[in-house]
Design a binder for this molecule. Structure first.
Ligand SMILES: Nc1ncnc2c1ncn2[C@@H]1O[C@H](COP(=O)(O)OP(=O)(O)O)[C@@H](O)[C@H]1O
Ligand SMILES: [Mg+2]
Length: 308
């Protein structure tokens, strides 16, 4: 008999850029794969930051045959979904971390050992053009994305989707498929109005777009710096969001959890520049420093999966 998979979809969504969506998409996908779950990491942001980090920005683009002018699309080109063609993932091999049985004062609590694989679906800039083109109606486009995401459910335990920084067709499709979503919110220069706007839109489209699959929202106060007094104030505001949701018409029954804050750390920026997932980067380059971040990432992954 074929193996059956959980097929859980978790989107990392919010209409703002630069908040940590791509960062947490890769970190969470790593965490699930590390637990032995078959994991797909899907870049659905036409800006392709995540794809750029791992493969360079041109990945998955088309090439034009110089002789006959025919445009040939890469098998991993995400825009193939608009041509009823399959999209093949690129398998990334990375290292698994294990708890160190001999952990002590001088030893790292974890060590890297076996290798493991994560299937990555790259994005590219053409996604913006096809998503905005007039060839399909809005509902058709949303359906094309929904069908693509749903087609992954029978092949993976966990499907982690990195969303674009806007509330359009792609984000709507991700929300329709997701069981729970992760929202990073920076604790410095927080845009509270933007945040409230996101939930207001979510509440507004909940019925019309049928978001009934969505059960949980997990918020991460990100880039926390305790030396900045602003950080503490915005943290307090983020903690009020679950109460605000409870006062909405359609989101009141969703569970909403605010995680412990995630600190501002330079290793977060360094990892993708060296084509690393965050956790093995910390393990490889930082020795015993920042190991607490590994636990924080695993906690976020676990919270995202806990759905009553
Ligand atoms: N906790 C953090 N500490 C330090 N830098 C961070 C942290 N979270 C995100 N960043 C950095 O902020 C920038 C934006 O993050 P990214 O994940 O690309 O955001 P988004 O996908 O929402 O646009 C990146 O350079 C990333 O490395
Ligand atoms: Mg991003």
């Amino acid at each position: 008999m074929d193996k059956t998979y959980f097929g859980d979809v978790h989107g990392v969504t919010v209409q703002k850029g630069g908040v940590g969506k791509s960062t947490f998409s890769q970190a969470i996908a790593y965490s699930y794969a590390n637990q032995g779950l078959k994991t797909a990491l899907v870049d659905l942001d036409p800006q392709a930051t995540l794809t750029g980090a791992f493969f360079g920005y041109t990945y998955g683009a088309f090439t034009q045959n110089e002789e006959n002018g025919v445009v040939e699309y890469d098998v991993s080109n995400i825009t193939n979904i608009f041509r009823k063609k399959e999209v093949s993932p690129i398998t990334i091999t990375t290292t698994k971390y294990l708890d160190n049985p001999n952990r002590g004062k001088m030893l790292q609590p974890h060590y890297l050992e076996e290798s493991m694989e994560i299937d990555f679906f790259p994005s590219n800039y053409q996604l913006l053009a096809v998503t905005e083109s007039d060839d399909f109606k809005r509902e058709e486009k949303i359906n094309i994305f929904v069908e693509f995401i749903n087609s992954l459910k029978s092949k993976y335990d966990k499907i982690i989707i990195d969303a674009p920084p806007s509330f359009g067709i792609i984000t709507t499709a991700i929300l329709k498929c997701s069981k729970s979503i992760l929202i990073p919110i920076p604790t410095k220069n927080v845009d509270t109005d933007g945040m409230v706007g996101f939930f207001r839109t979510l509440d507004k489209i909940y019925i019309s777009e049928d978001l009934s699959n969505l059960r949980k929202i997990v918020l991460i106060p990100n880039m926390f710096d305790k030396r900045v007094s602003d950080s503490k104030e915005t943290l307090a505001e983020i903690k009020r969001i679950p109460t605000l949701l409870h006062e909405t018409k359609n989101l009141r029954d969703l569970s909403c959890k605010v995680m412990d804050s995630f600190p501002q750390k330079s290793c977060v920026q360094e990892a993708p520049s060296l084509k690393y997932f965050l956790v093995p980067y910390i393990m490889d380059f930082q020795r015993s420093q920042n190991q607490d971040l590994i636990l924080k990432i695993d906690n976020i992954a676990s919270e995202l999966s806990t759905i009553k």
